[in-house]
Design a protein around this ligand. Sequence first.
Ligand code: FAD
Ligand code: N01
Length: 543
Amino acid sequence: MANVSGTEGKAKTQPNQEVYDVVVVGAGFAGLYMLHRLRAQGLKARVYEAGNGVGGTWYWNRYPGARCDIPSMEYSYQFSAELQQEWVWTERYATQPELLRYANHVADRFDLWPDIQLNTRVVSSHFQDRDNMWQVTLQGGGRVRSRYVVMATGCLSVPNVPHIEGLADFQGAVYHTGQWPHEGVDFSGQKVGVIGTGSSAIQSIPLIAQQAKSLTVFQRTPNYSIPAHNQPLTAEEVADVKSRYAQFRAENWARGFGADFRDNDTSALALSDEERTAEYEDRWAKGGLAFLAAFNDLVFDDNANATAREFISNKITGLVDDPDLAAKLTPDTPVGCKRLCVDTDYYATYNQAHVLLIDLREEPLQKIVNQGVATESATYEFDSLVLATGFDAMTGAVSKIDIRGVQGRKLADKWAEGPRAYLGLATAGFPNLFLVTGPGSPSVLSNMLPSIEHHVEWISDCIEHMTKNQLSLIDAQSAAEDAWVDHVNETADASIYPRCNSWYLGANIEGKKRVFMPYLGVPPYVAKCKEVVADGYSGFALS
Ligand code: FAD
Ligand code: N01
């Protein structure tokens, strides 16, 4: 087995302290593939996962209706031709149980289990200047050392439980969509309150409404949602994609979001009203996130975006019987500025007599009381309360770990004014520490599976390069990092994304610095990553 640690006989290792070439934090899709790649290189790697299973997002988010909104044939690994040929997706958008089965199948198929330690949260990771090793501390006090650390901790893995006065006093059951009970929840006969109207709420509300005696939704900001038109995949559809899978993947990766959104390279403003509406109608009828790629300027030009707003607003008016209610459900922000949602019967659910929408802009939420939720106008009583209140996105999981780099510098201090990372892969002053889909990479503005694979391959190739060239330290250079962060911000500022409060900006978390975190544009990003390698890892210091 190759050893890149080079520590034997050198480091002051505590007795029984295991030494690894690479510690990987997290066993979602990123951590699983990272482990597979590292092992193929003959490295000694260990994955630590806080949960009691693999699958990350699909392990934790078990709320009713949870499923992907990138088609499953694309939202899946492509690193193994055998895997992608043998696995059979059953629906256009796979359900959470199917995605979780897939993650477990991958762990079985590639025999990953022996190197994964479940129920083990990493609490700190300290770089030790004396021998350039990371000391990683596990919850409960265990410690290991490694040459490299890979944070595969997820962009949406730290649930946001808002600070609402009285939450602890509520006497019914409280659930967060991102930490759903594994045994499921039966809402039959219950009065249920849901706080939030993001993707998790929009997927779960129609199903909770089917069970509950009454459902009250507390909406602070409405969201745009496009019908999913989910359906079983036919054997012919699956066979067709599988007959040209590699080409299909390559074509999609070359598109703006790294997915087959049928990108249309026409301005929304270049067409007549009839032509434009026909395009929107076609996309609405086919369903899904491809709506946002109807025209090439929807995320860059306010006037172009306004045409999409008008179209969806009319649809909401058509779907919701009560015009006042339709108005409350209609956003006044640009389409896509908050992450676009994809639903099954979301708007129509509000036509049911036992479903009530409370617009918190009209009657602000005051506090939670023993029996329910108090707004400025009334108190609503519930048996169960569902917090569909999202995540501390992009930086939440990494920030929860006490990470210290060269000379003990804390990552928390470095990122106090917003995350700074070179290509979203590494952050200066924290050598040999890599981030998968970190801030400054397309990540959440892309089909995440191929973005994860791209990062994992970049990182493992980099480690291989280090080993082959007998190098032991790689660190991003501050100047390169600053230039990249500036570029990420300039790109965002030229788009509609900073025009509303979203988790892309950290605006959903009290006290979090408002900084746009993902990078917009898969193809230029991939080209830049390639160029950096071709130039001998330009922007990094290797020694
Ligand atoms: P995760 O799946 O989040 O896994 C990270 C893991 O790290 C978690 O299991 C966590 O427990 C663990 N971890 C974190 N911190 C620590 C620590 N300190 N110690 C030990 N373990 C730790 N993306 C798409 O592209 N398409 C979709 O359709 C889509 N649907 C989504 C639906 C939902 C409900 C959500 C929440 C997200 C969705 N996403 C989607 C984004 C999704 O998060 C990614 O697609 C992908 O699953 C992320 O994989 P990951 O391995 O990077 O992170
Ligand atoms: O979280 P969100 P999510 N009082 O942050 C509200 C992915 N995902 O879990 O908008 C009252 O979008 C908050 O209100 P506001 C996807 O990337 C994908 O739904 O801040 N309300 C908002 O309405 C997605 O974007 C799928 O004003 C409060 C909601 O809670 C990301 O995960 C499914 C509040 C949170 O919405 C996150 O989605 C699920 C408070 N104090 C998730 N605090 C797919 O379909 C928050 N809110 C594939």
